[in-house]
Write a protein that binds this ligand. Structure first.
Ligand SMILES: Nc1nc2c(ncn2[C@@H]2O[C@H](COP(=O)(O)OP(=O)(O)OP(=O)(O)O)[C@@H](O)[C@H]2O)c(=O)[nH]1
Ligand SMILES: [Mg+2]
Length: 381
């Protein structure tokens, strides 16, 4: 098959991510010119898999707010669709959506060029279909890509699991995991690590899986996690997520385990805040629904409080806490102020004139900005 490239920069589409090198700029607005060095250098995530496995649907639902039902009308992809999502997202990466019928043996398929600058390769398997062919294609794809670039993160989305019972889901994941790793071992490629996720566009699982894929590509992740841990432990907060507002991907959370319900609550809160802000917050319909004044507190009827606050142009902190802890609102606000300052230090403001560009402040991703938080008993730590 003759591979062609389609490069589209949709208005309001996301900035894109790849393997984020230290020099990587976050959310920098760069014009996306075909084959320009900037465009080529952008780290990228590839979406591969058999025809109709759901690749384009994933990309449209996560990054273009398409509703899951609308994906029924998507046409089959016949060229590589390069989606540059800088401009409205914290993470500056590209997503390349491949046609299902890529022929690796076609001379026009330039695997060097495609896999060299790739941070993550997402292989989508339709779990509602017979997956044997998908497994052999997965093996072929991974071995090809690994040969060119052993640093790629290989991520397998066991997709469309909305049609499966819970037992069936677990069994399918176990079986796919086993077979895929056996195939790699048979080819003496046991060094290659595959990560598996159960996903569906009909719930939040696809956003959660994408969050984890993106997090692996952020060199500052340990620092962000530490900052969140310190922030929540001194503020009486149960769970905190640092969200990329436009995609609802969380780029970091504290180290307590994530349960789907908490994540869904926080995603829903972002929707509520943006919707209310769009309807009532924009003067004469202009401006942005999310800005430095964005702040929301929602009290649920089960003594839980949700708290959302702007951190940067693209990021928001969303926390879940008990009503009792919220009585110390001043303390939380003070600690948030410290947290926000620390995040700004981590992603030192870049040189772009609107202050939207973020760059890693130092090459040491574990360095902690020297900030003091107030603790619950009042002392600074
Ligand atoms: N039930 C279910 N259907 C899905 C899901 N994701 C995608 N689909 C459906 O799967 C069909 C194929 O989706 P596409 O996104 O076009 O698949 P693709 O992998 O891009 O296909 P090609 O471009 O031909 O390679 C569509 O009818 C989608 O509605 C899912 O999570 N659950
Ligand atoms: Mg497609």
């Amino acid at each position: 098959m003759n591979i062609q490239y389609e490069d589209t920069t949709l208005p309001g589409s996301y900035g894109v991510v790849g393997s984020f090198p230290k020099s990587f700029g976050y959310g920098v607005e760069v014009p996306d010119l075909e084959d320009s060095p900037t465009s080529a250098d952008k780290p990228r995530i590839l979406l591969m898999g058999l025809r109709r496995s759901g690749k384009s649907s994933i990309q449209k639902v996560v990054f273009h707010k398409m509703s899951p039902n609308e994906t029924l009308f998507l046409e089959s992809t016949n060229k590589i669709y390069k989606d540059d999502i800088s401009g409205s997202s914290f993470v500056n990466f590209q997503i390349w959506d491949f046609p299902g019928q890529v022929d690796f043996f076609d001379p026009t398929f330039d695997s060097e060029m495609i896999f060299k600058g790739t941070g993550a390769l997402i292989f989508v398997i339709d779990a509602q279909d017979d997956y044997m062919e998908a497994l052999s294609r997965l093996h072929l794809t991974v071995s090809r890509a690994y040969k060119v670039n052993p640093d790629i993160n290989f991520e397998v989305f066991i997709h469309k699991v909305d049609g499966l019972s819970d037992d069936h889901k677990i069994e399918t994941q176990r079986d796919i995991h086993q077979r895929a790793n056996d195939d790699l071992a048979d080819a003496s490629l046991e060094k290659v690590h595959l990560s598996f996720y159960l996903t569906s566009i009909y719930d939040h699982s696809i956003f959660e899986a994408f969050s984890k894929v993106v997090q692996k590509l952020i060199p500052q992740l340990p620092t962000l996690e530490n900052l969140l841990n310190i922030f929540i432990s001194h503020s009486g907060i149960e769970k905190a997520f640092l969200f990329d507002v436009s995609s609802k991907i969380y780029i970091a959370t504290d180290s307590a385990p994530v349960d789907m319900q908490s994540y869904e609550l926080c995603c829903d809160m972002i929707d509520v805040v943006l919707d209310i802000s769009c309807i009532y917050g924009l003067e004469d319909g202009s401006g942005s629904a999310y800005d430095e004044e964005s702040l929301a507190i929602i009290k649920l009827n089960n003594t839980t409080v949700l708290y959302l606050k702007e951190v940067t142009k693209f990021l928001a902190l969303v926390c879940i806490l008990r009503e009792e802890s919220f009585e110390r609102k001043g303390l939380i606000e003070y600690n948030f102020h410290c947290f926000r300052k620390a995040i700004h230090e981590v992603f030192e403001v870049g040189s772009s004139n609107d202050g939207a560009a973020w760059r890693p402040a130092s090459s040491s991703s574990n360095s902690q900005p020297g900030l003091k938080y107030a603790s619950l008993n009042g002392s600074a730590v």
